[in-house]
Design a protein around this ligand. Structure first.
Ligand code: HEC
Length: 143
């Protein structure tokens, strides 16, 4: 069989565009590298969660320790509280959406995270919940 010359041009071009497109997406958003976590998720968790969900106090708060990604994935009475790519099944996200009438609403009253912060946490989990190691991924309470 003889291959038409245009096939030899079109196939590599389409393949190349695919590779560039996929790579471009990840790089532009930084979601796979942890820049998204550091910019959009870490500040929210630090401000609203670390006062309780840290190494010293976790035992009083469902044993959930959010200091590092490894701890976040391996602690809590209902671990794992984060299911990568499944925000609606992830307890860490589900509790953020509860009204304060519910005992499990997080952060506890009177704190409430904004719609934008909520959307960022959802997007981060949807993208695989990448949590960097080292100082970037180490959460501390600022208050
Ligand atoms: C003032 C302390 C406090 C803060 C701040 C706080 N929590 Fe909690 N958290 C608790 C308590 C208390 C419980 C147990 C509630 C219960 O069992 O009714 C809990 C339980 C949870 C659980 C259930 C864990 C499990 O495995 O059962 C999740 C998930 C959670 N918190 C997430 C968060 C997130 C995310 C934030 C920040 C947005 C946050 N919490 C902020 C006190 C806190």
């Amino acid at each position: 069989m003889k291959i038409a010359p245009w096939v030899l041009v079109i196939v590599p071009v389409v393949a190349l565009l695919g590779i560039l497109g996929a790579g471009g997406c990840v790089r532009a958003s930084g979601r796979a590298e942890g820049t998204y976590f550091v910019a959009k998720v870490k500040p929210t968790l630090e401000y609203y969660c670390m006062e309780c969900h840290n190494s010293k106090s976790a035992s009083k708060f469902s044993h959930l320790n959010l200091e590092t990604g490894k701890l976040a994935m391996s602690t809590g009475l209902h671990k794992p509280v984060i299911l990568p790519r499944k925000p609606d099944d992830s307890l860490l996200y589900v509790v953020l959406r509860l009204g304060h009438a519910e005992a499990l609403a997080m952060p506890p009253a009177p704190d409430k995270i904004s719609g934008e912060q909520l959307a960022s946490v959802r997007q981060w989990i949807l993208d695989g919940a990448f949590w960097p190691e080292g100082p970037e991924g180490h959460l501390k309470s600022p208050r």
